[in-house]
Design a protein around this ligand. Structure first.
Ligand code: B12
Length: 220
């Protein structure tokens, strides 16, 4: 039996998904703001219980050939706009003085997850440098040596990008041997335990767990 909150959220998720599939950006934003923020739904809930599952559902529809690649692109563009819009409204804890540099490994194009993770880290007071998709390891390392972040976080969705993750880790360790490293993204849910083989720490399965682990590990 769903509680009224759960069924309101399910309704919002379905309406958001419909707006995405129709490519209706105004309606998607209206739903998140008028039916979400203005009704007191926390931003974190809109991210993790509306936008993220909607993106996963888009993936399922695409995999099953119910929607085309073009429709997936249209839908993802709606979520990118939604994240940009919600960014202005993020409640932020006071700065905690810790810098996190977060990037997708080379070849990895799935950037919505680490982008959402960046927003969650900012809400918790971290100073975040988000590099987005497909970051070549040598350029990642160069920025790491310039910025000297408190945490380097790498996102991997496709398991075939795990060699690129190894490369990225090796490059970062060359310039900053003690850099704390966080890894995450769907690749790890498809290959559990992999982080141990890579000698890196997994920081959680979603943005909320990531923030909790980052706070614990960095003593915030
Ligand atoms: C949008 C999308 C794309 C877009 C990405 C656009 C963009 N700008 O990001 C494009 C079109 C580029 C794309 C391409 C491909 N995709 Co794609 N894509 C998706 C889709 C539908 C949504 C991804 C998304 O937005 N997720 C929402 C975010 C919020 O969730 P998330 O990424 O899991 O992130 C959360 C956590 O994982 C975690 N997290 C993420 N990063 C990190 C990092 C750290 C350190 C930590 C601690 C946590 C963490 O926190 C995040 C927030 O809570 C997924 C479906 C799915 N199930 O994810 C398929 C999916 C991932 N794609 C898939 C495939 C197959 C591909 C392609 C190979 C397709 C092709 N034949 O070309 C290519 C590969 C591209 C590449 N080189 O990387 C498959 C993968 C299947 C598999 N088992 O391997 C999926 C699952 C679709 C499906 N069901 O078949 N894709």
């Amino acid at each position: 039996m769903l509680t009224s909150n759960e069924s309101a959220l399910t309704g919002l998720l379905n309406a958001y998904l419909a707006a995405q599939l129709a490519g209706n950006r105004r309606e998607a934003l209206r739903l998140l703001v008028d039916e979400g923020i203005l009704r007191g739904i926390p931003l974190q809930t809109l991210h993790l219980d509306v936008i993220q599952p909607a993106q996963y559902e888009i993936g399922r529809l695409w995999q099953e050939n119910i929607i085309s690649v073009a429709q997936e692109h249209l839908a993802t563009a709606v979520s990118q706009l939604a994240l940009a819009h919600l960014y202005r409204h993020l409640p932020r804890d006071p700065p905690n003085g810790k810098v996190v540099l977060i990037a997708c490994v080379q070849g990895e194009l799935h950037e919505v997850g680490p982008r959402m993770a960046s927003d969650f880290l900012e809400m918790a007071g971290f100073d975040v440098r988000f590099l987005g998709a497909n970051v070549p390891p040598e350029h990642l390392a160069r920025m790491v040596s310039e910025v000297r972040p408190d945490l380097v976080a790498l996102s991997v969705t496709m398991t075939y990008h795990l060699p690129a993750l190894r490369e990225a880790v090796a490059h970062v360790r060359k310039v900053f041997p003690d850099a704390p490293l966080a890894v995450g993204g769907l690749a790890f849910s498809w290959a559990p335990g992999l982080e141990d083989q890579l000698g890196v720490n997994l920081f959680g399965k979603d943005a909320r767990e990531f923030v909790a682990t980052a706070c614990r590990v960095l003593g915030v």
